[in-house]
Design a protein around this ligand. Structure first.
Ligand SMILES: Nc1ncnc2c1ncn2[C@@H]1O[C@H](COP(=O)(O)OP(=O)(O)OP(=O)(O)O)[C@@H](O)[C@H]1O
Ligand SMILES: [Mg+2]
Length: 503
């Protein structure tokens, strides 16, 4: 039996089958889970509020009267002895011999002892996994590891939402560690991360994880020209008209045919040559020449894909580090191309189940932005809609849920929410997160860095979690301005000292 924390009392309107109050003998925290016996079995409940009472201060008239008369109640009565902590609880279900019954039919009796929730029961109630899960931290106020079931978390998709600095990337890094640490027998996934700020690139330098991570930056990343179709080009250059598309298709078809006949893989130069020689309207020719020059300038389109992604390994991660890519369009094209390539390869079972993590998802799958400025949105939405059938799991990270594609967000069956204070973003989360209550929404602005709420598929009931410390080294970009400024100051100081020592 776990520690007793209090005793149920009778108030004017409780206990009912849903609500009860209990006077505290031990401290409990709001959102802690407790349990007690009922006629129907062992009830599990959540602490919804904790308040203080004192019978000496309950009557407004007598408090105000004594104050007027200059009498301090404290000096005359044992007021401190009458101060009590009372918690309000919400009954969530009852465990009987058959298991969990969601709705109890009788209220508990006043006088019933209330205990801390038992770890195993709570794990079952929250739908958490044991040692073989994705262990992201601890359930707050409980002696229980927040271990998420791999299938429930990655079978479908996940969104990690919070304002800047609340700990999204840190949490994602913890999840990545967990995925990379799994043994084949526990079920592994391949991880591919779109990393606009180079936050995951640091994994490759880590002594523990480095050997399981490959990082490609803007200089390295290439797209094979011969795999581009006229349709893809039209998407990358939104202003392509149908006649223009037809002209380029003829050229690409010819080149493809020659490739099949053994003439080798063609590059951008080959297309340019064909366009120069082609018999097409001058205007169209100029437009394609201009577009192909722009493509060349991007330094992205070559003969072969890099990374090839023809195979991704389970238990390993590939990071597309876009932090050195300045052109917005180039970032979009890279993300669109590789998202599409991964998904197609997965549909044909050419690569293992994977987790595709997209940082700054509101930039790659934005809401209310014309498709010409949202090149990556289509491929991301496609994985969101169809990915689960093929075990292609999407992880969308965003500090602007309002700006994130509704189609993509609504397919995220698990929401991991860290601190959010912006009312519009809170509204968005309320609409998109399945099973989130107003009560939970109210708690979101008060979360501290590294504290999150998990709702949806991965848990059977919303869980407040303190994210564990990461085992890998945190990369520079995460450092606070103050820290960077101090570091700069220290280094300058060092330089000065060196010079002095030298002189
Ligand atoms: N669980 C945690 N434990 C300890 N420190 C944490 C935790 N979560 C976050 N932090 C700290 O808070 C800082 C901000 O976290 P992080 O970079 O993950 O925020 P973010 O939500 O990704 O922000 P942004 O939207 O700006 O990318 C990190 O540098 C990290 O040191
Ligand atoms: Mg971040």
């Amino acid at each position: 039996m776990t520690q007793q924390v209090g005793t149920i009392i009778a108030t004017e309107d409780t206990p009912t089958t849903e609500d009860f109050s209990f006077v505290l003998e031990e401290r409990v925290k709001k959102e802690q889970f407790v349990e007690f016996d009922t006629e129907e079995g062992r009830a599990i409940a959540r602490v919804a509020a904790v308040r203080k009472t004192n019978q000496f201060f309950m009557n407004a008239e007598s408090v105000s009267e004594s104050r007027k008369n200059g009498v301090k109640l404290r000096d005359h009565f044992p007021t401190d002895d009458r101060e009590h902590l009372v918690a309000e609880g919400k009954i969530l279900g009852v465990y009987n011999d058959d298991g969990l019954v969601q709705r109890p039919s009788f209220p508990p009796s006043p006088g019933t002892e209330v205990h801390e929730a038992e770890t195993d029961r709570l794990r079952d109630f929250l739908g958490l996994a044991g040692d073989d899960g994705i262990k992201i931290g601890d359930v707050q106020f409980q002696d229980l590891e927040a271990s998420l079931d791999l299938t429930k978390l990655f079978q479908k998709h996940m969104a990690i939402l919070a304002q800047s600095g609340a700990g999204k990337s840190y949490l994602a890094s913890v999840m990545i560690e967990e995925l990379l640490d799994r043994e084949p027998a526990e079920g592994q996934l391949g991880v591919v991360a779109i990393d606009p700020h180079g936050e995951y690139a640091g994994f490759v330098k880590d002594s523990e994880y480095g050997d399981r991570v490959e990082v490609y930056n803007g200089e390295d990343i290439k797209i094979s020209v011969s795999s581009l179709t006229a349709g893809k080009l039209a998407k990358y250059f939104s202003d392509v008209t149908s006649p223009q598309k037809r002209e380029i298709k003829k050229i690409l078809d010819d080149l493809d045919k020659e490739k099949r006949q053994g003439k080798g893989v063609y590059g951008l130069e080959d297309i340019k040559e064909r366009v120069d020689e082609a018999d097409m309207p001058t205007k169209t020719k100029q437009i394609w020449q201009d577009r192909l020059n722009r493509m060349q300038y991007m330094n992205l389109f070559k003969k072969y894909d890099n990374p090839s992604l023809d195979r991704i390994d389970m238990g390993k991660m590939i990071v597309l580090d876009l932090s050195d890519v300045i052109q917005y369009k180039k970032k979009q094209i890279i993300t669109a191309y590789f998202a599409d390539k991964l998904f197609r390869a997965r549909m044909r079972s050419e690569i293992p189940p994977f987790f595709f993590l997209v940082e700054e998802a509101h930039n790659f799958a934005p809401e209310n932005v014309s498709s010409s400025d949202a090149i990556a949105r289509g491929p991301i939405q496609r994985i969101a809609r169809e990915g689960r059938k093929f075990h292609a799991s999407l992880g969308l990270i965003s500090q602007r849920p309002v700006g994130l594609s509704t189609t993509a967000l609504s397919q995220c069956n698990t929401h991991v929410i860290l601190r959010v204070t912006n009312p519009n973003d809170l509204d968005r989360i309320k609409q998109s997160a399945e099973g989130i209550t107003s009560d939970v929404i109210r708690s979101i602005p008060g979360l501290r860095t590294g504290e999150c709420i998990i709702v949806g598929e991965a848990v059977d009931y919303p869980a407040f979690v303190s994210v564990r410390e990461r085992r890998s080294e945190e990369f520079e970009t995460g450092k606070a301005l103050k820290e960077i400024a101090q570091q700069y100051h220290d280094e300058e100081q060092l330089d000065d000292d060196d010079i002095e020592a030298f002189m």
